[in-house]
Design a protein around this ligand. Sequence first.
Ligand SMILES: [Zn+2]
Length: 349
Amino acid sequence: MILMSSSMDTFIAGLPKAELHVHHVGSASPRIVAELAARHPDPKVPTDPEALAEFFTFRDFPHFIELYLATVELVRTAEDVRLLTFEVARDMARQNIRYAELTVTPYSSVRRGIPDTEFLAAIEDARKAAESELGVVLRWCFDIPGEAGLESAEETCRIAVDLGCEGLVSFGLGGPEAGISRAQFKPYFDRARAAGLHSVPHAGEGDGPASVWAALNELKAERIGHGVRSVEDEALLAHLAERQIPLEVCPTSNVATRVVADLDRHPIRQLLDAGVLVTVNSDDPPMFGTDLNREYAVAARLLDLDEAGLAGLAKNAVDASFLDAPGKARLRGEIDDYLAEWTGSGSGF
Ligand SMILES: [Zn+2]
């Protein structure tokens, strides 16, 4: 049965979910930005709620960059980092996101003058509070902002490997892909992997299949951020399917950044049909006018999913996560129980 949209939205809203591709600063909602702007008034950031909502309305990619950079500028102290992190978790709890691997870019904050150890203490403090007060389990992916070059790679590696923190599970690479080869970051990924961190670079978003191959072969990627342009290469699709290397697919983001022309032309079905392990994620949700629930609704429409199909998608994210085995079993159990309760009660709760 294909759910009617209101029933489907209710089902998705209550479905326990895991999110694997979502950025720290990119998750700042208008509510959070208003709190930060009250601390640090900035002429670029409107404080009137209506003007702020307008500032957050997605227009085009350059406007998104403007909004993103204005938000980065508002995160000036370790206390700002703590507030942002905890409040992002609060927005996750409202969507019943039970586990998230949040991509954090320590380089941006440390370069702006927040001492590295204070930055780490702030995110860890927020992580512990989010788990005990909100029931949201957070883990970190520290990513290199690729456009900032090898200096940022060295610094990110130092913070991740030499300092590190309890919640850190993976090492990433973000920023624009075109003209920024994945391979140049190999030494930093080697160091991070030797320290026990998982490799999760962005690839196959702003650039074609060659970047995914480089992420796999040079950076030893265990999961790929985006990877949607893998559909341009049959051999790559077969490789991803055979090795069950998950893709972190973010449909609305792909339209916003013009990787695909519109949602109806998104290749998510092609990826699944090829046997690739697909997870659905939100990337920079408030800035792209979305959230994880909406991305699940998009996936349900594009893939003709019913309740069991949506629960299956949620379980894909659990399977592809870096949670430990008991954590995975617990979250899979929560999803199964929710589905059973929903279907057992007929048309919903
Ligand atoms: Zn991303």
